[in-house]
Structure formats: structure tokens, C-alpha cells
Design a protein around this ligand. Structure first.
Ligand SMILES: O=C(O)C(=O)C[C@]1(C(=O)O)C=C[C@@H](O)C=C1
Length: 366
């Protein structure tokens, strides 16, 4: 058989597309049945199941031996699951606005594009909107690979009762942009995080320019749309969205600049797997306050060692409103209902002033 012509190849693609479409339709029908099962169950209002979504995406990546990259294959299935979940329950996701922030990018990467989004003015506002029930879930930054923890988020985790039900990572590349490149730049707007992440570049390239910190990078882009002589540091998405011109590309000081975001909700995520210890590729986050006495930090850590539990993270953070007193944000491997984790947590609780289990959730898949 000779080489197939363009139209023959397209005919074959049409046949495959028809099959794929039919299969996606069949999948949607199954998900509609899943919704019925959930409605009849105890936690009838919880349709979003991050642990199952993570399992689906991990399997997709594991068996991907196609020409497509893992991340692209996973993206396609992420969108299919997003559309399927919207059949069960249309979700509204709170993020740091306006449109074009990295937080919005994180929200869409995690939930897919079949959700609606609610733009919030601050990290505190995201917590409040979820708390009030105006959004089903919220997305907040927790940690940047160059700058460390996001204090405003830790403060709110301490003072609010929301649960962590997922995490997502986004590569952060900053663009310098303005409405009109021919004008000299007298002021640069950005979120304080972006100013920190680009500090060296700004010192080298704009040593005498005024730097103004605003609530988000997308807001900075929005402001400079109408301000002569002003530039903004924001994302590629914001550059396109607000019709600005790029002055400089990827100005972050450190390559591989990544921000980790948390997904917040009102409920603990379901533990629908029969054997949590073997099938849950996840972690548990805790906030702990210990006595200001010799040996108390060792006492806190010992139960994890005794149970052979790996600690992923241990961060010290000032307790909001209490001078020179600190809380610890701890991430450990495993689900809070796993036998060993449970034993360790009970022991920890007996040794510290306060322990708040923020949630157990799947480790970011991509
Ligand atoms: O398995 C479920 O619980 C579903 O609702 C199905 C499904 C999917 O499309 O695979 C959809 C939404 C959930 O968040 C998880 C998975």
C-alpha cells in the first residue's frame, strides 16, 4: 500500500473522532449515574472528588505511550473530567482577581475550563467567599520556590476553618509590559511577590524607577493599560488579555520559578478508597502550636519518627497578633485516616498546645 493522501488521512481522523466523541458521550452517561449514586449517599452534596481525579490523571500518565506529551494527554483528560463534573454540579471557584492572575491559571489548571470563576480582591477575600458559600472552592498561593511561604495564606489557615482538599503547581514566568513601549518607564506596578521574584533584574535594568506594589499582577496590567509611562510585571495571559506590549520576557531572577497553590473547601475530602494506606498518594497538612519550652519541638516530631511517617515540610510562622510566638505548618505523607498517621496525630495532640488538621489531599499530579 502506498502513502495515504491528505484526504485519506483526514477521513481516518474523522472515523476516529467519531469513535472518541461516542466514547466521551458514554463516559458522560456513566458520570451522570455516578451523580445519582452520590445523591443517594451520606455526603450527598459533595460531587467533586479530588482523590479520584488525581488517580485518573496518574493512570493516564502512566499508560501514555503515545506521541503526545504526558502533560498534554493529562490536559485533555482534565478537560473531559471538568465537563463531566459540571454535569454533576456546576462549580464556582474563588481566585485572586482580576482576570489574568497566576491564581486564575492555577484554578483552571486544577479544575479545567468547565467551571465558573469568582474574582476576589485579596487572599482574605477568597477565604471569606468560600466560607460564606459564594464559591464552592477557593485557590490560594501557599509557597513560591524562590520566595518561600505566602504569609497571608498561613495567617488565614490559622484563623479560618476551611479544609485543604488539593494542591496545584504553576511555573511562574514574569513579563514586563506597558501600553506603549515608546514612552519612557517612570513607574512599575506589580504584586509584592513579583517584585521580590524579579528584584535583581529590576535593580540591573530599572535601578531608578519607582516600584509600586498592588494587590495582584493582573491588576497591575489593568492599571497600566491607561497610564502613560507605566509598566507592569504580570503573566503572559495578562499580556494578551489586556492588549499590552511586551518590554522584556521572563524577567524572574531564578529559573524554575514555581508557585504551589492550595485548593480550599468546606469539607474534608472523601476517603472513598478501600485501602487508604496503599492507594492514597497524598499528604496531610497540620498547624501546630507548641509550648515555648526546652525540648517541645523534639516532642512534636518524635511521634512521626516512631510511626515511620515521612515529613515533607516544616515551616515556622508568626502567630497572627502574638509577638514572638510561632506556629508550625507541617506536611506529612499519608492520609489522616491511615492507621499510623492516626496514631501519630493522637500522640502529637497530647504533647502540644494546639493541633489543627487542615486536610489530607492528593499530591499535585502535574
Ligand atoms: O468518580 C467520580 O466520583 C466522578 O464523579 C467522576 C469524575 C470523572 O469524570 O472521572 C468526575 C468528577 C469527580 O471529581 C471525579 C471523577
Amino acid at each position: 500500500m502506498g502513502k495515504r493522501t491528505l484526504s485519506e488521512l483526514r477521513d481516518e481522523i474523522d472515523v476516529l473522532d467519531k469513535k472518541i466523541q461516542l466514547l466521551i458521550g458514554n463516559r458522560a452517561q456513566l458520570v451522570a449515574k455516578v451523580a445519582q449514586v452520590k445523591k443517594a449517599s451520606d455526603d450527598s452534596s459533595v460531587f467533586y472528588r479530588p482523590e479520584r481525579e488525581a488517580q485518573v490523571l496518574r493512570s493516564i500518565i502512566k499508560r501514555n505511550n503515545s506521541l503526545l506529551k504526558d502533560k498534554d494527554m493529562a490536559y485533555i483528560f482534565r478537560q473531559i473530567m471538568s465537563a463531566c463534573l459540571a454535569l454533576e454540579q456546576p462549580l464556582n471557584i474563588a481566585y485572586l482577581g482580576p482576570e489574568g492572575t497566576f491564581t486564575q491559571e492555577a484554578a483552571l489548571k486544577h479544575f479545567g475550563h468547565s467551571v465558573s470563576t469568582l474574582d476576589c480582591v485579596s487572599i482574605d477575600d477568597i477565604f471569606h467567599q468560600v466560607e460564606k458559600g459564594n464559591a464552592h472552592y477557593g485557590v490560594v498561593p501557599i509557597e513560591n520556590s524562590s520566595n518561600g511561604m505566602i504569609g497571608a495564606t498561613v495567617d488565614m489557615l490559622y484563623s479560618q476553618n476551611l479544609k485543604i482538599c488539593g494542591e496545584v503547581e504553576i511555573a511562574i514566568q514574569h513579563q514586563l509590559m506597558s501600553a506603549n513601549q515608546s514612552q519612557g518607564i517612570t513607574v512599575i506596578y506589580a504584586h509584592s511577590q513579583a517584585l521580590n521574584q524579579c528584584q535583581r533584574w529590576l535593580n540591573n535594568n530599572y535601578p531608578n524607577t519607582e516600584l509600586k506594589s498592588v494587590a495582584s499582577n493582573a491588576l497591575a496590567a489593568c492599571i497600566v493599560k491607561d497610564e502613560v509611562g507605566a509598566a507592569a510585571i504580570a503573566s503572559e495571559v495578562a499580556l494578551d488579555l489586556y492588549g499590552l506590549e511586551r518590554i522584556a520576557k521572563n524577567i524572574e531572577d531564578k529559573a524554575g520559578n514555581v508557585t504551589r497553590f492550595l485548593i480550599l473547601g468546606k469539607e474534608n475530602i472523601s476517603t472513598s478508597f478501600e485501602n487508604i494506606s496503599t492507594s492514597f498518594e497524598g499528604k496531610t497538612s497540620l498547624l501546630v502550636v507548641i509550648k515555648h519550652e526546652s525540648g517541645t519541638l523534639c516532642d512534636l516530631l518524635e511521634p512521626f519518627k516512631q510511626q515511620g511517617i515521612n515529613m515533607i515540610q516544616l515551616e515556622k510562622h508568626p502567630i497572627p497578633g502574638v509577638k514572638w510566638e510561632y506556629l508550625f505548618l507541617i506536611d506529612i505523607e499519608g492520609h489522616k485516616d491511615n492507621k499510623k498517621v492516626k496514631l501519630a496525630l493522637t500522640e502529637v495532640a497530647s504533647r502540644v498546645l494546639k493541633v489543627n488538621v487542615l486536610g489530607s489531599y492528593p499530591i499535585a499530579v502535574l
